[in-house]
Design a protein around this ligand. Structure first.
Ligand SMILES: [Zn+2]
Ligand SMILES: [Zn+2]
Length: 203
């Protein structure tokens, strides 16, 4: 379970790890939606040998998951593969740390923080900050209608000392992480946004 400041209900967490169904690989072909491996294979860019995954495609697969209808859930995928974003098949970014669909799903990659932060503890804390940031988007942060302490920078972000800030260079996520550890994750404005309710696209 995770409990989030400002929310009255906690959220049940199920860890699927490197999940696969019993019939995930009939005749040596990965069956769609039946293993994490299939999601990774389906979204992998094979054009340049870097093996990056298309984050937008991953969100689309979560959206189309057959079990989303019978068992509505948020999807969280954390991968060691590098991620990028594309729109209508055209690459928009060289790489991203993570991305989220508000009310629905998030993906995050260990690839960039792993390469940047040699200290294991720092690396793990930076990764945690990135996942918390993307989960903040999943629960609707920041509220883009609040009208203050906001900026448009690859999506709406908070301008306070807060994990909902946006930074492009991975080293700067080290600074956001230090602020999180010293001053807490969310600023007062983002906490107030949570108290106004969270989006939920799962039904
Ligand atoms: Zn963001
Ligand atoms: Zn904030």
């Amino acid at each position: 379970m995770i409990a989030i400041a400002g929310l009255t209900n906690s959220i049940a967490v199920r860890n699927y790890g490197n999940w696969k169904s019993r019939s995930y690989n009939p005749n040596g072909v990965l069956k769609e939606f039946h293993s994490v491996e299939w999601y990774l294979q389906y979204t992998k860019d094979n054009s340049d040998g870097r093996g990056q995954l298309d984050a937008g495609q991953l969100h689309k697969l979560f959206w189309n998951e057959p079990w989303q209808k019978t068992d509505p859930h948020y999807d969280v995928l954390i991968t060691s593969a590098d991620l990028y974003d594309a729109r209508n098949g055209v690459r928009e970014t060289n790489w991203i740390f993570g991305s989220a669909i508000p009310g629905f799903s998030l993906v995050a990659s260990t690839f960039r923080p792993r390469a940047e932060f040699r200290n294991e503890t720092t690396y793990l804390e930076v990764l945690k900050t990135g996942v918390m940031h993307e989960f903040g988007h999943v629960i609707g942060l920041p509220n883009e209608n609040r009208g203050y302490a906001l900026e448009e920078n690859l999506g709406g972000h908070c301008t306070n000392r807060c994990i909902m800030r946006q930074r492009v260079r991975i080293a700067e996520w080290g600074e956001i992480t230090a602020d999180r550890l010293n001053h807490g994750a969310l600023c007062r404005d983002c906490l107030r946004d949570l108290s106004r309710g969270i989006p939920d696209l799962r039904r």
